[in-house]
Design a protein. Structure first.
Length: 180
């Protein structure tokens, strides 16, 4: 985990305990503001841009942080997009060359995670499929919500523990959504 960190942050420990809040109807508007900022910074270099994660699912409790997936031609070619995103207020905070060349940028207050992937990325497709499934299937949305609360309570100071605590439920839901 430490190898993926960019900058002076802890590789796994959040600045505050992980909290899952009730759904906030302002989250879609916050995404639209970020979407406009990203599109203004990158123009046609944006191949796709999606609001993903729990804040993209009406009624789903979430960490108060907007997750966005951005598709660019080549995420490893950071000089083609990171400087313009930095000028727009996003800081490169994670680099995962072994995992779809993923990059993650944050806003200064870390109320946005901007995930950067390349075209035809399976993980991006899983994010969109998972989001859309939860939007259409309230029972799975509620099951996932319950597991998120358990994971946050069990791992309040470990992002990797929180993510791992949700993994089995995510895989089960993705299978029901048609992924194998």
């Amino acid at each position: 985990m430490a190898q993926r960190v960019v900058g002076d942050r802890s590789p796994d420990t959040p600045n505050a305990p992980i909290t899952v809040s009730a759904y906030d109807p302002s989250w879609p508007a916050r995404y639209r503001r970020e979407e406009a900022r990203i599109r203004a910074a990158l123009g046609k270099r944006v191949l796709a841009l999606e609001h993903v994660g729990s804040t993209a699912v009406p009624g789903l409790p979430a960490k108060d942080r907007i997750d966005i997936d951005l598709i660019v031609a080549d995420p490893a070619h950071e000089e083609a997009y990171v400087p313009d995103l930095a000028a727009a207020g996003y800081q490169l905070r994670a680099r995962d060359p072994h995992w779809y060349e993923h990059r993650c940028l944050w806003t200064e207050s870390h109320d946005v995670n901007l995930h950067v992937f390349g075209p035809d990325c399976d993980e991006y497709l899983r994010h969109v499929i998972f989001r859309d499934w939860l939007r259409a299937n309230p029972e799975d949305r509620d099951r996932y919500a319950a597991q998120k609360s358990v994971a946050a309570a069990q791992h309040p100071l470990s992002m990797s523990g929180y993510v791992q605590g949700k993994a089995d439920v995510i895989v089960e839901i993705l299978k029901r959504a048609g992924l194998r």
